[in-house]
Design a protein around this ligand. Structure first.
Ligand code: UD1
Length: 419
């Protein structure tokens, strides 16, 4: 695993382009299986999770080519419906292949994802939804087999008990090949779901409602070729803004959708940052000292994203006053707090609540990245610490960011990556 070395003290300045969204490109790569045609995707970030997805697609028999930010998948030759354990392990989100493979072949076999660094990651909502559409599910502990009797699911009214992002995507993909219309209620509303819908429409699906709690999925007449540009990554944008808030400075982000990070910008404004949004730009300037803002309560979109919780926490470490965080989406998402304390941060965690009281000084220390966003938060905090912060196990960060170290360097940070 690589180690990132961060020497704190430099303010950030300049302009950076936001990458395509990890959480959009992954389900869209899975979606390329459904119709059996060619998907030409643009604005694809270079990430470990994308590499793992390409490995899965190739394992299943697809031809995949990659050139700069473009990925072309031809799924005509798909011949397998089983994802082996070793490939599932490489990427948490491979569970979203369930709906796509089921739609294409009528049967899918996957090893179950099990727990991960954010706590147990059950897939009960995915399975229940597919069962409502007629799937026969055999859950044998280590492996799940889903089968559509007669090779085809049937459209149904599927209600999710919780607006799970992955379950929403799985239902959208599975329903494309079902007989009759599917109505999905209490669906997740994330911008990446809207992006998946846009891509599926280009691919020939009759689908509407993404971005609202009710999605309708009707007939699918697959087109031989689909072109799609991946939506900008709102979490990478939030990361760069939080990094600048932590380090201090004046940065501009380009090629993003400012509306997708409204809640993050509202919190940063509350903390004293000046933020000006253009059509596809956001500029952030920090005050002399940040102050603790309103409580940060993670919720499904359009609420504050759980993926930005650790990052905003990093930005609060030296703010005046006490900032309160409430994590509602994942049961165990404060591991970064223990690491941040090693820099001298004052953080108390009680169950789902964390309280951060600003300190005047942070001092660099060796830290461990336990997960993707938590790892990025350690880097953001290191920018504000005196001396050197080493972030071990930084491979977690590289699962979701396309050269974050390089981007931070281009904004003036002193961050190097070592193998
Ligand atoms: C997606 C994102 C991830 C983000 C998360 C929440 C991708 C690739 N990943 O993950 O970055 O942090 O949304 O915004 O898009 N749950 C169940 N049973 C299920 C499914 C989920 O109990 O069957 C629970 C999970 O344990 C978790 C919560 O629901 O506590 C949210 O999960 P979900 O929205 O499904 O997240 P992911 O799709 O895994």
């Amino acid at each position: 695993m690589p180690v990132w070395k961060v020497r704190g003290g430099n303010e950030l300045s300049g302009s950076a382009r936001v990458q395509g969204a990890k959480n959009a490109v992954l389900p869209i790569l899975a979606a390329s299986l459904v119709g059996g045609g060619v998907f030409r995707l643009r604005n694809c970030p270079r990430l470990k999770d994308v590499d793992a997805s390409i490995e899965i697609l190739r394992h299943l028999g697809c031809a995949v080519e990659r050139e700069e930010d473009a990925i072309t998948v031809n799924s005509a030759g798909m011949r397998d419906n089983h994802i082996p354990h070793a490939l599932m392990l490489k990427m948490r989100s491979s569970v979203m292949y369930m709906g796509a493979i089921l739609a294409r072949t009528g049967e899918v076999r996957l090893s179950t994802p099990g727990g991960c660094e954010l706590g147990s990651r059950p897939i009960d909502l995915h399975l229940k939804a597919l069962e409502t559409m007629g799937a026969e599910v055999r859950d044998a502990g280590a492996e799940v087999v889903c089968r559509a009797p007669g090779g085809r699911l049937r459209g149904a009214h599927v209600n999710l008990d919780f607006p799970s992002v992955g379950a929403t995507e799985n239902v959208m993909l599975a329903a494309c090949a079902a007989e009759g219309e599917t109505v999905l209620t209490n669906a997740a509303r994330e911008p990446e779901i809207v992006d998946l819908q846009r891509c599926l429409i280009s691919a020939g699906a009759e689908i509407s409602g993404a971005g609202t709690p009710e999605i309708h999925i009707g007939a699918f007449r697959p087109r031989p070729e689909t072109e799609h540009r991946i939506v900008p990554d709102r979490i990478e944008a939030a990361t760069l803004l939080c990094a600048a808030a932590s380090a201090g400075g004046d940065i501009e982000l380009r090629d993003l959708a400012p509306a997708h990070i409204d809640t993050v910008c509202a919190c940063l404004r509350d903390m004293g940052c000046r933020i000006v949004c253009g059509a596809d730009t956001v500029r952030l300037r920090t005050p002399k000292r940040l102050r603790a803002g309103r409580p940060v309560i993670t919720k499904p979109y359009p609420g504050f994203p759980t993926d930005a919780q650790a990052l905003l926490m990093a930005a609060c470490l030296r703010a005046e006053g006490t900032a309160v965080f409430v994590e509602n989406i994942f049961e165990s998402r404060y591991r970064h707090a223990d690491e941040l304390r090693r820099l001298g941060a004052d953080i108390r965690v009680e169950g789902r609540v964390a309280m951060v009281t600003g300190v005047h000084r942070l001092t660099g220390a060796p830290l461990t990245a336990w997960d993707l966003r938590g790892g990025a938060a350690l880097v953001a905090a290191g920018l504000a610490a005196e001396g050197e912060t080493q972030v071990f196990d930084a491979g977690h960060i590289e699962r979701g960011y396309d050269d974050l170290a390089g981007k931070l360097r281009s904004l003036g940070a002193d961050v190097v990556r070592e193998e």
